[in-house]
Design a binder for this molecule. Structure first.
Ligand SMILES: [Fe+2]
Length: 156
C-alpha cells in the first residue's frame, strides 16, 4: 500500500487502541462493582496492554510507509467509533450501580465475543514478524477472555 493508505490504516489501528482502552475502563468499573475485583482488574490490565500493542502496530505501519502491508477485510473507523460509544455507555451503567454481577459478566462476555468477531487480524495483511506477533497475542488473549467471562457468567 502507498504512504497515504498507510496513514489511514495507522489511524484505524489508533482507533482500535482507543477501543481497547475503553474496554479497560469498562473492566475497572466492573472491578468497583463486583465481589472479585482481581478478576476484573486482570482483564483491564490485558486491555491496556492490547492498546499499547495496537499503538506500536500503528507505528510499524507508518515507519514502513505501508511497504509489506496490504488491505484485508474492509473495516470502517465509524464501526469502531460506534463500538467505543457503546462500551462507554455500558461503563457508566456499571459505575452507577445499575447492573448486578450476573448482568456485568454477561455484558463482558458479549463485548469480548463481539471484539473477537471483529477479527482485527484480517484488517491488514502482512508477514511483518513484530506486527504479526502482537496481533496474535491480542487475538489469543481475546479468545481467553471470551472463555473466562463465559465461566464468570455461570458463577456470578
Ligand atoms: Fe479482552
Amino acid at each position: 500500500m502507498d504512504e497515504s493508505e498507510a496513514r489511514r490504516y495507522a489511524g484505524m489501528l489508533g482507533r482500535m487502541a482507543e477501543l481497547e482502552a475503553a474496554i479497560s475502563a469498562f473492566y475497572r468499573a466492573c472491578a468497583g462493582r463486583c465481589q472479585d475485583p482481581g478478576f476484573w482488574t486482570g482483564l483491564s490490565a490485558d486491555e491496556d496492554r492490547h492498546a499499547a500493542y495496537l499503538r506500536e502496530m500503528a507505528g510499524i505501519v507508518l515507519e514502513r510507509q505501508g511497504k509489506g502491508f496490504s488491505p484485508g477485510r474492509p473495516f470502517t473507523a465509524d464501526a469502531v467509533a460506534k463500538f467505543i460509544g457503546y462500551v462507554g455507555e455500558r461503563t457508566r451503567e456499571v459505575a452507577d450501580g445499575r447492573m448486578d454481577g450476573k448482568m456485568i459478566a454477561s455484558l463482558a462476555n458479549a463485548i469480548e465475543k463481539r471484539l473477537f468477531a471483529d477479527r482485527y487480524d484480517e484488517v491488514l495483511k502482512t508477514v511483518d514478524e513484530r506486527y504479526t506477533a502482537l496481533m496474535a497475542a491480542i487475538m489469543s488473549d481475546t479468545a481467553t477472555h471470551v472463555e473466562a467471562t463465559a465461566r464468570k457468567m455461570l458463577s456470578a
